[in-house]
Ligand binder design. Structure first.
Ligand code: ZN
Length: 378
């Protein structure tokens, strides 16, 4: 048996790989493009018949991927039990086969799953929504439906006057964003958590754990099933192109927004950082001050956050209002922010076994809630 070739499958929730060739324990692979789009970067597949042998998996053509800078210094996520996600030693050669990531891993058993980041399945999303909806004081509602008919789920909780919106996975391949949601919701729904209790007294929360369920299930990096990047739709969302955004934005119009966090992952930068709304027409020092103060509090609270690395800020009047963070700051005068977690690791505090992980994403969700409580108290 051990002399036969490995097999590779990706026909499951968020699966994505094309098999070019297999020989023994080696494979040449390519990533399928997002549905109706040219973006590609997310992969998720299973290797079977490994039988404890050393695997060499080559994902080719990556110079044309959405973020070619995402591959150097990156190690693929791997799991044998689909609970614990570690990292498989990987190396990137831009000169091999138009950019090749070579993943080396020797599983203990017959099966191993590989992914761009630990996946967060639609089934687990159902479990998350179910358990939160059963918690005391939590209301669940469906804001609308995706293009393919999946629910845009929202959890509402708290009694306070501040309207806080938390939403994630506009970019479906950024699965760390929904792991972050598990941590934030764990804090907010635990009746014994003093941070959650105090936040619920001060705020009313509206939490959308997955804003792009179609893209998530399809194994896309950035788009819904129509190939639309939802985070470029916030100025003029449409029922035809971006029903997901239209549903969320209409619900925001109904409640108003005082503070918003849009949760993402970044392919290239090995750090956690926040991006704001500099460059919106209604920019003010007071609004900017609110954002800067939140950043400073989070920086003080957790070594997994930093403020040195991040995106360049837009100049005056140059903000892109089709992005949710800018749109919400402009539309509501809200302190609005984009949280970015790494696909790689936090290089200031590296974890060789797991890199950035579901566990660290969830912990950051809790820390972000604690920072919010401190921010409200000032
Ligand atoms: Zn993103």
């Amino acid at each position: 048996m051990t002399s036969t070739a490995i097999q590779i499958d990706a026909a499951f929730d968020s699966g994505n790989i094309e098999v070019l060739s297999i020989a023994g324990t080696t494979a040449r692979l390519a990533i399928r493009k997002d549905t109706n789009s040219d973006f590609f970067q997310w992969f998720h597949f299973r290797v079977s018949n490994a039988a404890g042998r050393a695997l060499e998996l080559k994902i080719t053509g990556l110079n044309a991927s959405a973020y070619p800078d995402g591959w150097s210094g990156y190690n693929a996520a791997v799991s044998e039990d689909r609970e614990f996600w570690g990292r498989a030693s990987s190396s990137f050669d831009p000169g091999e086969d138009n950019g090749t990531l070579t993943i080396r891993y020797q599983p203990a058993g017959h099966l191993a799953w590989f992914a761009y980041f630990a996946p967060y399945s639609w089934e687990r999303h159902q479990d998350l929504v179910a358990s939160c909806a059963l918690s005391a004081g939590v209301t669940h509602r469906v804001l609308g439906h995706s293009r393919d008919g999946r629910s845009i789920d929202c959890l509402d909780l708290g009694e306070g006057p501040k309207q806080v919106w938390l939403y994630a996975r506009q970019h479906p391949g950024e699965s760390m964003a929904e792991w972050w949601m598990e941590g934030a919701l764990d804090c907010l729904t635990d009746p014994a958590d003093p941070v959650g209790r105090a936040l619920r007294r001060n705020c009313t929360f509206h939490v959308v754990p997955n804003a792009n369920p179609d893209g998530s299930v399809l194994g896309n990096l950035r788009t819904n099933s129509l190939g639309v990047n939802l985070n470029r739709e916030w100025e003029n969302p449409s029922a035809a192109q971006s029903p997901e955004v239209l549903a969320i934005r209409n619900a925001m119009d109904a409640t108003g927004v005082d503070l918003a966090m849009d949760v993402h992952g970044d392919e290239a930068i090995p750090a956690v950082f926040l991006a704001g709304f500099e460059g919106i027409p209604s920019w003010s020092e007071a609004l900017q001050g609110g954002f800067n103060r939140y950043k400073a509090i989070l920086d003080r609270r957790t070594p997994d956050f930093q403020t040195k690395r991040g995106y360049p800020v837009a100049g005056p009047g140059r903000a892109n209002l089709s992005m949710s963070t800018n749109q919400l700051a402009e539309r509501f005068g809200a302190v609005s922010m984009t949280l970015e977690m790494p696909f790689k690791d936090n290089d200031d505090l590296p974890d060789l076994a797991q890199g950035w992980s579901p566990e660290r994403s969830a912990q950051l969700g809790r820390d972000c809630m604690a920072a919010l409580l401190e921010w409200l108290a000032d």
